[in-house]
Write a protein that binds this ligand. Structure first.
Ligand SMILES: [Zn+2]
Length: 404
C-alpha cells in the first residue's frame, strides 16, 4: 500500500499532475483496487491498516516537502522510496479499527482474530493504537500507544548542585561521570560484533536463492536481534542509575552519525551513544531531572577547569593523551577535566535558560520497531543526532510479545 501510494505520486509528478490527496489515493488504491483481481487480497486485512500505510506515505512526503523548504531540522532528505520486503514488517491498528484487549488477556485484531499475548506489564490506560511487528526472526510484537500520567515516573528531587554530573563520552571508556566515576564499555560489544561478522561471512558464501542462504540470513538476523537487545538492556541500566543518582545531568552533544572512524561501519559502541543520549534525555525529563546538552564544539577537553585557559590536548594527537599539565600548574586527568567543564557549561546554559531548545524534527514515519518486552517504544526516536526535545519525546508505550 505504501509503495502503491509512492508509485501513484511519482507518476503524478512525472505527468505534471497535481499531488494526489490521501483521500483520492484511498479511493483509487483501496476501494477501487480491491475490486481488481491483482489487488483483491487487500480485502483480507482491515481497511484501517491500509489507510495507516497511506497516512505513513503522506507523512513521508510532508517531511520531504518540509525538508525541501528548509523547515525541517536535520539533514536534507530525499523523496520517499519504495519499501523492500526486508527486516521487520508491521501493521498499525487505530481505535477506528476496533481492536480490543479482551478480559481474558487476548488481543482481538480485526480480520486476524484473538491473539494470545505475553504481557510484559499492565497497560496504564486504554491504548489509542497498536502496532503489530513481525521481526526478521519471525517473532511478533505488539506495541501499544498509551497515555501516561505526567507524574508517573517522577523521582524524589535530589539536592543540586551536589547531585549533578557532567558526562564525558569517550572511546576508551564509554563515559566518565563526576568524581572520575567510569562507565566501562561492556565486553559483549566486541564479542557480539565478532559473532555478527562471522555469520555475515557465512551468508556471503551461500548461493543466491538457495535454502541454505535463507537459513543463513535468519541466523544473521538473530545476531542482530541479540545485539539490539543486549545494547538496549545495557543502556537502560546505565540511564536508570544516572537518573536515579543525579538531579542535574549535562552531556556533550555528540555528532553520533559522524563518529564512525576510518572505514569502520558504525560500531555497536557508536550506535550505543545515540541510544544512550535519547533515552537519557527522555528518562531525565520524565523523572523531573534537569538535563542539558552542551554544544559539541564546546572545548571541554582543551579547557583547564581550574584557570580557564585553553591549553589542553587537541587534534588527533590529543586523543591519545590521558593526562596533562596546565600552565597554571594544575594536573588534569583528561576525561575528569572534561566532565567538570561539561557540568559547568551545562549548568550555565540552564541558568541562562537556553538549554536544549532545538526543534524536534518531524514525526518519524517508520513504524515502531519493537523493543524488548517491558521497554518503552523509543525505537521511533533513535536517530541519534536529532532527537526531539524533552517535551517532544514520544509518549512511552508498552511492547509485548505475541504468541501464535
Ligand atoms: Zn590551568
Amino acid at each position: 500500500m505504501f509503495n502503491d501510494a509512492v508509485a501513484a505520486r511519482k507518476h503524478a509528478h512525472a505527468e505534471g499532475l497535481p499531488h494526489p490527496s490521501t483521500a483520492a489515493l484511498s479511493k483509487a488504491l483501496i476501494t477501487a483496487a480491491k475490486c481488481t483481481p491483482e489487488r483483491a487480497w487487500l480485502g483480507e486485512v482491515s481497511a484501517v491498516v491500509l489507510q495507516q500505510a497511506l497516512a505513513d506515505a503522506d507523512r513521508a512526503y510532508q517531511n520531504f516537502f518540509a525538508s525541501l523548504k528548509g523547515k525541517r531540522a536535520g539533514a536534507r532528505m530525499g523523496p520517499p522510496r519504495f519499501k523492500r520486503r526486508v527486516g521487520a514488517q508491521s501493521i498499525r491498528f487505530t481505535r477506528n479499527a476496533k481492536f480490543s484487549v479482551l478480559d481474558n488477556g487476548r488481543l482481538r485484531l480485526p480480520k486476524i482474530g484473538d491473539m494470545r499475548v505475553v504481557w510484559s506489564r499492565e497497560l496504564p490506560s486504554a491504548p489509542s493504537s497498536v502496532t503489530v511487528v513481525k521481526t526478521p526472526t519471525g517473532k511478533y510484537y505488539a506495541s501499544f500507544v498509551v497515555a501516561v500520567d505526567d507524574g508517573a515516573d517522577l523521582l524524589e528531587p535530589l539536592a543540586a548542585p551536589e547531585a549533578e554530573t557532567g558526562i564525558d563520552l569517550g572511546l576508551k571508556d564509554f563515559a566518565v561521570l563526576r568524581g572520575g566515576k567510569v562507565i566501562e564499555n561492556p565486553k559483549f560489544f566486541r564479542r557480539l560484533e565478532r559473532k555478527l561478522g562471522k555469520s555475515q561471512r557465512v551468508l556471503a558464501r551461500k548461493a543466491k536463492g538457495s535454502a541454505n542462504r535463507a537459513k543463513a540470513r535468519i541466523r544473521v538476523a538473530k545476531v542482530h536481534e541479540r545485539i539490539k537487545d543486549a545494547r538496549s538492556d545495557w543502556v537502560d541500566k546505565q540511564v536508570k542509575t544516572i537518573v536515579a543518582e543525579n538531579q542535574g545531568i549535562y552531556v556533550e552533544d555528540l555528532n553520533v552519525k559522524g563518529l564512525s572512524r576510518g572505514g569502520h561501519a558504525k560500531s555497536m559502541h557508536d550506535a550505543s551513544f545515540g541510544m544512550f543520549l535519547v533515552r537519557l534525555e527522555s528518562k531525565a525529563a520524565r523523572a523531573g531531572r534537569t538535563f542539558a546538552r552542551v554544544d559539541r564544539f564546546f572545548p571541554s577537553t582543551r579547557l583547564c577547569s581550574l584557570c580557564g585557559v585553553l591549553d589542553g590536548p587537541s587534534g588527533i594527537e590529543g586523543l591519545k593523551v590521558r593526562s596533562w599539565v596546565c600552565g597554571c600548574g594544575a594536573v588534569h586527568d583528561r576525561d575528569q577535566n572534561a566532565e567538570i567543564n561539561i557540568r559547568r557549561e551545562g549548568r550555565r546554559l540552564v541558568a541562562e535558560g537556553h538549554s536544549d531548545t532545538r526543534n524536534a524534527s518531524g514525526q518519524d514515519v517508520r513504524p515502531g520497531r519493537p523493543g524488548r518486552p517491558g521497554n518503552t517504544r523509543e525505537g521511533q526516536n533513535e536517530e541519534p543526532t536529532r532527537s526531539g526535545t524533552a517535551q517532544a519525546a514520544p509518549e512511552p508505550g508498552t511492547t509485548v510479545l505475541l504468541r501464535r
